[in-house]
Design a protein around this ligand. Structure first.
Ligand SMILES: [Zn+2]
Ligand SMILES: [Zn+2]
Length: 608
């Protein structure tokens, strides 16, 4: 043991929060359950290969496996649905029942009793959490309390202190039991009760309650309630549970590892990300075919599945809706680590386990192995994406030869020599200033100029809201409005993939036939066609639910490229996980008490 090495790694390993995200049916709950294993043995990860001629990827797995085997900490699960139950339970039993009017639900006496009991506990726990009473380090608190009283010449017997401590201790234990046991049991009971009465999936009620909490501040709202948007409310209560758990564990000198199952609202992810450097979003992704089969097994019909998809994966949403409701596409975009769960081919979840072992090791010991080559290239594509000045979405791409050697990169942007969208200004166009930045069409076309005047009239009263922001505008939207069509052709930008291909035509380079394309989104029909024509053999992509380009372009003909869903750490997490905290050599020499430099000096001295 080395104290200094322990102190360094404690910075990373004493507190960890993982937020899971992914669509219903992708396996978030399975991942949470795995992480909650009490011992590494229970986690039951596949053993590393021990043969002589193993690959470097096998060696990496062996290293992370061996490390985690000796450094495993169980995760405590915080279920988002339990937190929603917590909000539901703030309402009385009658309010709960009336919320289902006019459909009449049968009373269930046991359920009624349970509800009433839990309702009282929920109210009490809310008070305790809000005041954060449990944060008191009990021993310290009573010692200082005693000293205070003595200053006023009031003496207090040790027996009184002991019994007061007991009361506090009791309260802490009750809170813990309520939050991490009773609440979860009661979520199951609510779900059962809903099934009894409607024989359908209870996810809809939970989604609705979640939306109500973010929009009205409570799970059940009356008609007179005013909208009071608070997208962080659920996250805030999850966070209070995290803090409670941390205080609770600190008193017992335990580390706190939490896994949140699951975050499906982008604001919630930002909320934790901006708070904790020890927070990681893990998206659990499945291939679309797998997901559908899984949902069918869970009893979803085509109709309920479409409803679910519309809710989780909306086509286009207003910003208020996007941050107030679920938007899993946005959540996946914000994810730090992408886990691939090929659950139908992999019933004992070995693939997912291997990935979890890899990333939990890296979370607690950054730099214990280097990135995979897929991560390395995708990170380059991801860095490229940040350069995009598109107003709606940034995408990055990288193209490699068959050995993963990067040949070019690209991001979605206007052709070189034209002014990028983000740098143009509506009023300059309107007043025909800085003519170079705008097209002849934009400056002179009568129909288009009419659109500009119309928009100017509509928004000029709201200019004060911009507070110094540049009023740039999306040509595609304005042109579609002018034509009253929704046409993707009018985009000013080249796509990231397209740009990466064109770099080679522009500056020279090598043939891409047999190469690989990496994209931080998923290829559209136009880019898929180009990749196909170039003879690209593998396409790595992050957005797991692409449109028809896959079915239509890529799964067609005799030279089908292989589509591979990205797995790995990306963006901020790539550096956070793979950048070592100290050199491995120094770490080993400290742990093994051996200093080769001193040994050289010593031997050198002997020889003289
Ligand atoms: Zn654009
Ligand atoms: Zn494209």
């Amino acid at each position: 043991m080395s104290e200094i090495i322990d102190k360094i790694y404690e910075l990373r390993s004493s507190f960890v929060v993982i937020g899971l995200t992914g669509r219903t049916g992708s396996g978030c709950s399975s991942a949470a359950k795995l992480l909650s294993a009490k011992k590494f043995d229970e986690f039951n990860a596949p053993s590393p290969e021990e043969e002589d001629n193993i690959s470097n990827e096998d060696r990496k797995y062996r290293i992370v496996y061996n490390y985690l085997n000796e450094n495993w900490h169980e995760f405590t699960i915080i279920q988002a649905s339990d937190i929603i139950t917590f909000f539901v339970l703030q309402h009385s039993y009658d309010d709960f029942m009336n919320s289902f009017a006019p459909s009449k639900y049968k009373e269930n006496p046991t359920f009624k009793d349970d509800y009433k009991k839990l309702h009282e506990k929920a109210k009490k726990t809310l008070r305790i959490l809000d005041e954060r009473k449990t944060k008191l380090n009990i021993t310290g608190f009573f010692d200082s309390f005693k000293n205070e009283l003595e200053r006023f010449k009031i003496s207090i017997t040790d027996e009184v202190i002991v019994s007061m401590k007991k009361v506090f201790d009791q309260q802490k234990k009750e809170t813990h039991r309520f939050l991490f046991l009773e609440l979860h049991d009661f979520t199951t009971k609510i779900k059962e009760y809903l099934h009894e009465n409607k024989k359908c999936n209870s996810y809809k009620e939970y989604q609705q309650w979640g939306d109500n909490i973010r929009f009205y501040g409570k799970a059940i709202h009356g008609e007179k309630d005013n909208i009071d948007i608070n997208p962080s409310l659920i996250a805030k209560y999850i966070n209070l549970c995290v803090k409670f758990l941390r205080d609770y564990h600190n008193d017992e000198n335990m580390t706190t590892y939490v896994v949140i199952d699951a975050l499906r609202n982008p604001y919630e992810i930002l909320y934790f990300r901006e708070r904790y450097s020890a927070f990681y979003t893990l998206s659990i992704n499945v291939e679309e075919e797998d997901r559908i089969t899984r949902l069918e097994n869970l009893g979803f019909t085509l109709e309920t599945r479409n409803e679910l998809d519309e809710k989780e994966y909306p086509e286009k949403k207003k910003i208020v809706d996007s941050f107030g409701q679920q938007n899993i596409q946005h959540c996946i975009e914000l994810s730090d680590i992408h886990i691939n769960n090929p659950q139908l081919k992999d019933r004992n979840l070995n693939e997912m386990k291997k990935q979890l072992v890899h990333y939990v090791s890296l979370i607690t010991h950054p730099g214990i192995v280097q990135p995979t080559r897929i991560e390395r290239v995708m990170q380059i594509a991801y860095s490229a994406k940040i350069n995009s000045s598109c107003l709606s979405r940034q995408v990055g791409a990288a193209v490699t030869d068959k050995n993963f050697s990067v040949k070019s990169i690209g991001w979605n942007n206007t052709p070189e020599g034209q002014t990028p969208c983000l740098l143009r200004n509506f009023d300059n166009l309107y007043n025909k200033k800085e003519g170079e930045a705008y097209s002849q069409y934009e400056l002179n076309n009568n129909e288009f100029r009419k659109t500009l005047s119309e928009i100017k009239n509509k928004v000029s009263n709201n200019y004060f809201n911009l507070k110094g922001r540049n009023f740039s505008y999306c040509f595609k939207d304005f042109q579609n409005y002018t034509e009253l069509k929704k046409n993707q052709v009018h985009t000013r930008s080249l796509h990231a993939e397209e740009n990466a291909f064109l770099q080679i035509a522009k500056y020279g380079g090598i043939s891409l036939t047999g190469g690989k394309l990496f994209t931080t989104a998923s290829p559209c029909e136009l880019c898929a066609k180009k990749a196909y024509q170039l003879g690209i053999e593998e396409i790595y992509y992050i957005d797991p639910y692409p449109g028809i380009s896959v079915e239509h372009i890529l799964k067609c003909g005799i030279k089908k490229p292989k589509l591979i869903l990205f797995r790995g750490a990306i963006g901020r997490a790539y550096f956070h996980l793979y950048h070592p905290m100290l050199s491995h050599k120094d770490e080993l020499s400290e742990l093994l008490h051996f200093d080769i430099g001193a040994m050289i000096d010593e031997r050198d001295g002997c020889n003289k």
